[in-house]
Write a protein that binds this ligand. Structure first.
Ligand code: G3P
Ligand code: CA
Length: 254
C-alpha cells in the first residue's frame, strides 16, 4: 500500500496590537485601534484603568503623565474630569488630538468585528474592575471566546475573572526578569505571557508540553524587532507587537 506522509503543519502565531497601532498614532486611542484593525491583527490589546467614579478607561500607566497633556493618577479623576485631557503622541512626538477612550467606546466602535485581549490589574490592591468589565462585555454580547480573552499579572484578578466568566481564556503574565517556569507550568491558565528576554526554546517547549500557549511581550522598542526574530525560531504562539506590519512580514517569511 502507498505510504501517506502528512506534512507537519505549524500554525501561524497570532498578532496582538499592543495598545493599538502605537507606532502610527497615540497609544491606546480609538484611532490607534482602528489602524490596527485595518491591518488585520488577531486581537486588539487593551490595558484597563479605573477612574475615581468607577469607570473603565483604556490606559496603560497608573498616571496620565506620559500619554496625555495632564498629570496625576487616573484613579484620582472622575471620567468627566479625564475627558478634559488629550492624549499625546509618545512614539513620534507629533501633535495629534484625541481623548482617552473608555472601554465601552472601544467596544461600540468595533462591536463583534474584533477580538479584545484585555489586561486587568488590581485597583488600590483589590480586584475591583472585574465585575464592571464582565457586565460591559455582557451588555455588548461579547462575552465569548471568539471575541474576548483576558490577561493579567495579578492572579487574584484572574481568579475573579474565572469565577465570573469561566469560559473565557486567561493568560498569566510574568514581569520581566521574574519568569518562573515551574509556576507557569502549574497554573490553571491556557496561556502564559512572558517578556521576550525571558523566553528560550526550553521555556516554549516545556509550556507546550503542558498544553499552554506562550504569548510574548516586549519592553524595549530598540531591540523589539530582533527579539521578535529570535523568539519566532522557538515557535511562540502570540506576539504583543508595537510594530504590526513588521510582525506580519516576519510571520509571512518562511
Ligand atoms: O499585556 C502584555 C504586555 O502588554 C504586558 O506589559 O506593561 O505593556 O502591559 P505592559
Ligand atoms: Ca498590556
Amino acid at each position: 500500500a502507498e505510504i501517506q506522509i502528512t506534512p507537519m503543519v505549524t500554525e501561524k502565531a497570532e498578532i496582538y496590537a499592543h495598545r493599538g497601532a502605537n507606532d502610527r498614532f497615540n497609544e491606546s486611542t480609538v484611532t490607534a485601534y482602528e489602524i490596527a484593525a485595518r491591518d488585520g491583527v488577531d486581537a486588539l490589546e487593551l490595558d484597563l484603568r479605573m477612574t475615581e467614579d468607577g469607570e473603565l478607561v483604556v490606559m496603560h500607566d497608573d498616571t496620565i503623565d506620559r500619554t496625555t497633556n495632564g498629570s496625576g493618577k487616573v484613579s484620582a479623576y472622575t471620567l468627566a474630569e479625564l475627558r478634559e485631557f488629550e492624549t499625546v503622541e509618545v512614539f513620534q512626538q507629533e501633535e495629534k488630538r484625541e481623548t482617552i477612550p473608555t472601554l465601552e467606546e472601544v467596544l461600540q466602535v468595533f462591536e463583534k468585528k474584533e477580538h479584545y485581549y484585555i489586561e486587568t490589574r488590581l485597583v488600590h490592591g483589590k480586584a475591583k474592575m472585574e465585575t464592571k468589565l464582565i457586565e460591559l462585555l455582557k451588555e455588548y454580547d461579547l462575552l465569548d471566546r471568539q471575541h474576548v480573552s483576558f490577561q493579567s499579572f495579578s492572579e487574584s484578578s484572574l481568579e475573579q475573572l474565572q469565577l465570573l466568566a469561566p469560559s473565557i481564556p486567561l493568560t498569566l503574565l510574568f514581569k520581566k526578569g521574574a519568569f518562573n517556569l515551574e509556576k507557569a507550568k502549574e497554573v490553571p491558565y491556557s496561556a502564559i505571557g512572558v517578556e521576550s528576554t525571558d523566553v528560550s526554546l526550553q521555556v516554549v517547549n516545556e509550556l507546550h508540553k503542558q498544553g499552554k500557549e506562550v504569548h510574548v511581550y516586549f519592553t524595549d522598542l530598540a531591540t523589539q524587532k530582533q527579539e521578535q526574530k529570535r523568539v519566532k525560531s522557538f515557535n511562540v504562539d502570540g506576539y504583543f507587537t508595537d510594530f504590526i506590519n513588521y510582525t506580519q512580514q516576519l510571520l509571512n517569511d518562511k
